[in-house]
Design a protein around this ligand. Sequence first.
Ligand SMILES: [Zn+2]
Ligand SMILES: [Zn+2]
Length: 291
Amino acid sequence: MNKQEILDSFFKGRVGVLATMHHKEKVIAPILEKELGIEVIVPENFNTDRFGTFTREIDRAGNQLEAAKRKAEHAMSVTGKTLAFASEGSFGPHPLFSFVPFNREIIVLVDKKHHLEIIGESQTTDTNYAQKTIKTFQEAYEFCKEAGFPEHAVIIKVNESTKDLSEIVKGITTKEKLSEAVKKMLQKSQNGEVFIETDMRALYNPTRMKNIEKAAHDLIEKINNVCPSCFVPGFELTERKPGLLCGGCGFPTSLIRADVYMCKKCGETEEKLYPQGKKTADPSQCGFCNP
Ligand SMILES: [Zn+2]
Ligand SMILES: [Zn+2]
């Protein structure tokens, strides 16, 4: 069997249920359908907010991956299907540069029939993720202009920590709605201030939607990596080994020399040398030649 036949034997003709309610299927479904030969369905009235919301009135239980897996499990249990996909985003400061906002999207495939779990992801600093305390409409509007409004929506809350839905206005995409929301929340505010933040829900955030699409492509790439020993999809990159030798002096550098792949099914590992396509490092990137 060639690789395509192996992949077809796993997925072709099956129905995959996508656990989403924020129109993420628009970018995810075409990729999955084309690449895996499956039919993607979205369960009706599927409420993913119960697994946590970005506005924090419902906290997410567990980490990002656990949340995605729970959504996928739930989608399978309501539809009776054995193949599910779920995506989950996280936002916050960049792990190294705390002043830079950061978005990590993951998409998980859960296949009950073949006992598979494969994770695609995309990390980017290309996000409008931001929040601010404001006192006037003008301040709110300035924030909005920075955030890519009105293509990107914003949220106004009486204060940062409220979980009361009457104190939160989501999905604001017009100047009129913004003005109305600021006025209304200021009336409820105790201190003359309200909280504004970017709406990170996918359908209100085209920048995030692009990153979700990238995560879906990454998932396909991971699925396409088939174990050379047991022929199961999802042969996974588990380690990147530095030590590429310098082309000038021959000493090891911090650049990647080999990638290590591992199969979760059978434990097979494989070291792929020179994943960047170069057998030596440029002396300009060597600590000895170019200290
Ligand atoms: Zn294997
Ligand atoms: Zn060198």
